[in-house]
Design a protein around this ligand. Sequence first.
Ligand SMILES: [Zn+2]
Length: 66
Amino acid sequence: MNRTSDTASRIGSRRRIVCAQCNELLFMPEWSELLDEHRVRHLWQCDACGYAFETTVHFVEVAEAA
Ligand SMILES: [Zn+2]
């Protein structure tokens, strides 16, 4: 079955979050918190095993060289 590689390439441009415990693919964070204007913290919880963890996303400041 080629479905796995097809899915991987399609999602490849986006960041894929998987559970560190059971490898379940997580689509939506349970909770998102704006830390400041450049950082967002996401709280993830795995539906399959209940494992919870956080990720912090740093937005790169878009410095457009005029
Ligand atoms: Zn899990």
